[in-house]
Design a protein around this ligand. Structure first.
Ligand code: PLP
Length: 394
């Protein structure tokens, strides 16, 4: 079945009966009643399928977990209250029975860097950052650190580097390390990391999957080996997504593949236009012929889908010029997030990477003139004309 069909059908219409809702309802109950204690005992003991307590499972959330598992071609999923909560759970499960050491990509979402440095490191996890687009550097870091886990993003935030995930997974396999991949930017329309050897795929559901700027959520999808462990941790920690948010995310997913195709096409148009604009000194977009990861992009990304983020530098700009440019936008929404139906722009230094130290930001290549555009589903001419008039203002 193609992804466009899976997004519409998977997870719904579970219960055979005279009245089956066509879409999964919002189940708000926190616990479940059974005719006998013996049956509840079997449900608690997992001898019989059923729901017992909402921290363990919820039917609205289970439907969402089923569709995301199918899209990522995994064994099972855990929906969490945010993308960061999902990332935390994935790392906790990956390190549960492995050395407490992580080799992480240099280029990561700011809060993921904070999670590593401000939460995991102080609790005794060794963290080492490496340029994951340089396989020799990855090999050396793995040989020296002997990590329990390698963490990377399929397409990095915000400079859109594309590491050779399949080859990194092979290095990890030989070193018996787990691979955790944040697939938020690429989405399962473009890349399914578990098919390339990863063990955990993480999403901020808040972004492309839900897609409408009205829900915060995250999800971890795993292979068979790690699934029970992940769920057992979740039963104790309780990071789960609520039923209302699960419903919204699932509703969003039905149009995800269509939206994403359109957003990718819009991003391509905008990136080419920006590349020729005199006020723009550099454009970061995976379709560029001179992209440093062009060979990996050709191997791992499908033709003509390069993601829907375009980052670019305003020529000679510092914070005041960037503020002037962004304040002049009339259609593109100035807001922290990405992946919504409306185009959005963010200033990484001020928001997504604000908590990252200036030194680490510099190492990541995030300067004061860099902005990040998330292309929406609007007519591309309208996005371009908004950028044009705002660029004229600096
Ligand atoms: C690549 C990436 N991963 C994870 C997250 C965290 O997701 P959330 O905000 O849903 O916690 C974000 C948020 O911007 C992100 O861009």
């Amino acid at each position: 079945m193609k992804i466009h069909t899976k997004v519409v059908h998977t997870g719904d219409r579970k219960k055979p009966g005279p009245h089956v809702p066509v879409t999964t309802p919002i189940h708000t109950a926190s616990s479940y009643f059974y005719e006998s204690m013996a049956q509840l005992d079997r449900v608690f003991g997992k001898e019989e399928q059923g729901f017992a307590y909402a921290r363990y499972e919820n039917p609205s959330t289970a439907a969402l977990e089923e569709v995301v598992t199918t899209l990522e071609n995994g064994h099972g999923a855990l929906a969490c209250a945010s993308g960061m909560s999902a990332m935390h759970m994935a790392l906790a499960a990956a390190l549960a029975d492995r050395p407490r050491s992580v080799v992480a990509a240099n280029a990561l979402y700011g809060a993921s860097v904070s999670l590593l440095m401000q939460v995991l490191e102080p609790s005794g996890v060794a963290v080492r950052f490496v340029d994951v687009c340089d396989l020799n550097a990855v090999r050396a870091a793995v040989a020296e650190s002997r990590p329990g886990c390698i963490l990377l993003e399929t397409i990095s935030n915000p400079l859109l580097r594309v590491p050779p995930l399949d080859q990194i997974a092979e290095i990890a396999r030989q070193a018996k390390a787990a691979v955790v991949v944040d697939n938020t930017f690429a989405t399962p329309l473009m890349v399914r990391p578990l098919e390339l050897g990863a063990h955990f795929t993480v999403h901020s559901l808040t972004k492309y999957l839900a897609g409408h700027g009205d829900v915060l959520g995250g999800v971890v999808v795993t292979d068979q080996e790690h699934f029970e462990n992940l769920r057992a941790l979740s039963r104790t920690i309780g990071p789960v997504l609520g039923p209302f948010e699960s419903y919204l995310a699932m509703r969003g997913i039905k149009t995800f593949a269509l939206r994403m195709e359109r957003q990718c096409a819009n991003a391509c148009r905008v990136a080419s236009w920006l590349a020729a604009h005199p006020a723009v000194s550099r454009v970061y977009f995976p379709a560029a012929a001179d992209h440093p990861d062009a060979a990996t992009i050709r191997r791992l990304l499908p033709p003509n889908l390069y993601g829907a983020i375009v980052s670019f530098e305003l020529k000679g700009a510092e914070k005041p010029q960037v503020f002037r440019f962004m304040d002049a936008l009339k259609l593109i929404v100035r807001a922290t997030s990405l992946g919504d139906v409306h185009s959005m722009m963010l200033y990484p230094v001020m928001s997504s990477h604000r908590e990252v130290s200036p030194k680490h930001r510099e190492r990541m290549g995030i300067g004061p003139g860099l902005v990040r555009l998330s292309a929406g589903i609007e007519a591309p001419e309208d996005i371009i004309s908004d950028l044009d008039q705002a660029l004229a203002s600096i």
